[in-house]
Each structure stands twice: as structure tokens, then as C-alpha cells.
Design a protein around this ligand. Structure first.
Ligand code: SF4
Length: 122
């Protein structure tokens, strides 16, 4: 099997040619070893970092930016987004606070991307 893909590890976006013969994966077009590692992982177990927002109350903003603590399996994305859509948190929140531990059994925590303090009343 031959496949073309673009490496997303760094902004150079190298065009990769990937050949798979049974268990052997050959990669060309990569400018560094990270491209070959990316292509092999993409074929065997693709993962992605996920960033999104959750509703937040008691704050000067309505949405809190969140992200997964590590890349999660691509097949878990839908389950994680379903959970995220139902989350409501309340300020104060500190950057890196865990919002959901091991979200959707993905192996990653959902964490806050920024700190948010309680909205001051005027
Ligand atoms: S192969 Fe290396 S240089 Fe090219 S995009 Fe991937 S990480 Fe960047």
C-alpha cells in the first residue's frame, strides 16, 4: 500500500510518501526522523491533541479554553467532544486545573488552558 501524507509535526509540512508491506513501513520525503515516526504512528495508532472550550459561570468570560493533557487516540475524539459539550464549570479556575480526569477513558485528562478569576461585581 502506498500513501501520501503531510507531516504535521512542525511548520515545514513535509510531503511524505509512505509504503506499507505487511508489517514493514517505509517513509520518504521526510526532512528529519520525526517525520518517519509521525507517519508510522499515523498508520498504526493515530493520535491528536484536542483543544476546545467549556461553559464557565461566575467569570468575565462565557467559555473556558481547555485541552487534553496529551494526544488522544483519534477514535476517542467523538466521545471526548460529547462529554465536553455537557461540561459547566465555575470560576475561579487555575491554568492546568484538571476539569475531567481520564476523559472518555482516553488516558488523558481534560485541563484548563488558562486561569480565570471570579468576576468582580460593580
Ligand atoms: S519531517 Fe521533520 S522537518 Fe519535515 S515537517 Fe516533519 S518534523 Fe518537520
Amino acid at each position: 500500500m502506498n500513501k501520501e501524507m503531510i507531516c504535521i509535526v512542525c511548520p515545514l509540512s513535509c510531503h511524505l510518501n509512505v509504503t506499507q508491506n505487511n508489517d514493514e513501513i517505509t517513509v520518504s520525503g521526510n526532512s528529519c526522523p520525526r517525520g518517519a515516526i509521525y507517519a508510522q504512528k499515523e498508520l498504526t495508532h493515530p493520535t491528536r491533541m484536542l483543544t476546545s472550550t467549556v461553559a464557565i459561570a461566575n467569570a468575565g468570560i462565557q467559555l473556558l479554553p481547555v485541552k487534553t493533557s496529551q494526544a488522544i487516540p483519534k477514535e476517542k475524539m467523538k466521545d471526548v467532544m460529547k462529554i465536553i459539550s455537557k461540561i459547566h464549570v465555575s470560576a475561579p479556575i487555575k491554568r492546568e486545573d484538571i476539569i475531567v480526569k481520564n476523559i472518555a477513558q482516553s488516558g488523558a485528562d481534560l485541563i484548563a488552558s488558562r486561569s480565570v478569576s471570579i468576576k468582580k461585581r460593580t
